[in-house]
Design a protein around this ligand. Structure first.
Ligand code: FDA
Length: 422
């Protein structure tokens, strides 16, 4: 049995032991408990952190999850190793219609607080690149850690639990397939729309709207971009090719790997820029960041006059790509090409301009850009300004991080902030 499941089994046994010796009697007693201080819908990153944070304050917490296990996105994240935070996480790494909103929560529960928690649970980790911290082993360790923290403070976790309705009078009433539950605070932690196959729903957005909280524009982000057939003629044969590039669009600028795919462009640089891109926008790709390609080619014309342009480009780009880029050039050594032609090639290398046709949608998006409008929420507590006791956290809020551990940090920070206030 995998470690994670062993712990789940163990924790359930512990839960039963606390309540008595007859498991059935315990189960029904457990089901009779319907009053809580706080009900959190969604046992993902933000929901589990919020449950832990509230539980540590002595609150009676019910964590509702419609899937059969908590933290499914954590488990698949970071290629199974969970890029759980970024050492450099700062408000500048987040997109939102109100770029100041994330500051308070990020300052109150920082990446260092989460790293301390990881260390407390002796989870080995490493920095991969650009401050991104990954588990050395399985991402399941992070779920297990949060689960154990929740268990330590007696959080009740209802799995396979689907919410059928929510209403509010003097307290919140949450109707589910496992009965009705009541609470003084309700936290929407059900995430965004990305990866519907994994159970992503628009639940938080719908409930927010039920309580008249506005939403911002919602769209897939950190998502591969797609292209017209004309652009694909170049990209498709190069599918699988990756190289460092600097990609810019609107206010976004990222220097990371770019990947050619049979559907268009992907890789970290493209995923990052997709959060800034809008239909009709051109993106600029510098395929030789840090190198003035014109100067480089003219220099080579002098000092390697007999070499083919393809060979010269292969020194700085993958050779398959160099071959494709020089396919239409006269088959002559670089020394015989005009300065004008070399300047044109240089410009194209430093500023390849392409207009994506679209993106691969929620099925491939790592996150949902936009969400519950931050104007409707307190940045300190995540509570709705006009609906006392209603909180929204994590990806459901209009705060979206860059690729690189930032989205989980937002989930931890916003979840912790709400947990301190419910
Ligand atoms: P999250 O989606 O984690 O949790 C929401 C929970 O609510 C889920 O358990 C869901 O089943 C449940 N739920 C939904 N609707 C419900 C309903 N109606 N009733 C009950 N429960 C409901 N980020 C990062 O920082 N580093 C990384 O390495 C990665 N990697 C990554 C890989 C892939 C493939 C994806 C898709 C995403 C990432 N991310 C990431 C993004 C990261 O996973 C995401 O930002 C956080 O999980 C958001 O946390 P939340 O708790 O808000 O939502």
């Amino acid at each position: 049995m995998p470690d994670f499941l062993k712990h789940r089994f163990l924790s359930e046994t512990l839960g039963v032991r606390k309540r008595g010796n007859n498991p059935l009697e315990n189960l029904s007693r457990r089901m009779q408990i319907s009053e809580f201080d706080v009900i959190i819908v969604g046992a993902g990153a933000a929901g589990m952190m919020c449950a832990m944070s509230a539980g540590q304050r002595g609150k009676r917490v019910l964590l509702i999850e419609h899937a059969k296990e908590p933290g499914k996105k954590i488990i698949i994240s970071g290629g199974g190793r969970c890029n759980f935070t970024n050492i450099n996480a700062a408000p500048e790494n987040f997109l939102s219609e109100n770029r100041h909103f994330c500051k308070s929560a990020l300052a109150r529960y920082t990446q260092h607080d989460f790293i301390d928690l990881i260390k407390k649970h002796r989870i080995a980790f490493h920095e991969k690149t650009l401050g991104q911290l990954f588990c050395d082993g399985s991402a399941r360790q992070v779920v297990q850690m949060l689960f154990e923290e929740c268990l330590a403070v007696d959080v009740d976790l209802s799995l396979n639990c689907s919410v059928q309705g929510i209403s509010k009078s003097d307290r919140y009433r949450v109707e589910t397939n496992q009965g009705d539950f009541f609470s003084t605070a309700l936290v929407l932690a059900s995430g965004g729309l990305s990866i519907p196959k994994m159970g992503a729903t628009g639940f938080a957005h719908d409930v927010a709207q039920q309580f008249d909280l506005p939403l911002t524009e919602i769209r897939p982000a950190l998502v591969p971009l797609t292209f017209s057939d004309a652009d694909l003629d170049l990209m498709t044969p190069l599918s699988g090719l990756a190289f460092e590039s600097e990609v810019t669009c609107r206010k976004g600028k990222f220097r990371e790997a770019l990947l050619m795919t049979h559907r268009g462009l992907s890789g970290p640089a493209i995923l990052q820029i997709s959060s800034y891109w809008r239909e009709g926008d051109q993106i600029n790709i510098n395929m030789l960041p840090g190198t003035d390609a014109q100067t480089h080619l003219l220099q080579r014309k002098t000092d390697r006059a007999k070499a083919e342009t393809k060979t010269i480009l292969s020194e700085v780009l993958p050779s398959r790509f160099a071959a494709a880029l020089t396919e239409d050039l006269p088959k002559r050594p670089i020394g015989e090409l005009s300065d004008k032609l070399l300047r044109d090639i240089g410009t194209r290398l430093n500023k390849w301009q392409v207009t994506p046709a679209g993106d691969e949608g929620y099925a491939k998006a790592e996150v949902t850009l936009g969400g519950v409008d931050t104007n409707a929420l307190s940045s300190k507590t995540m509570e709705a300004k006009t609906v006392p006791g209603l909180f929204v956290i994590g990806e459901a809020v209009d705060v979206t991080g860059w690729l690189g551990g930032y989205n989980f940090q937002w989930a931890w920070s916003s979840g912790w902030a709400a947990g301190q206030s419910v």
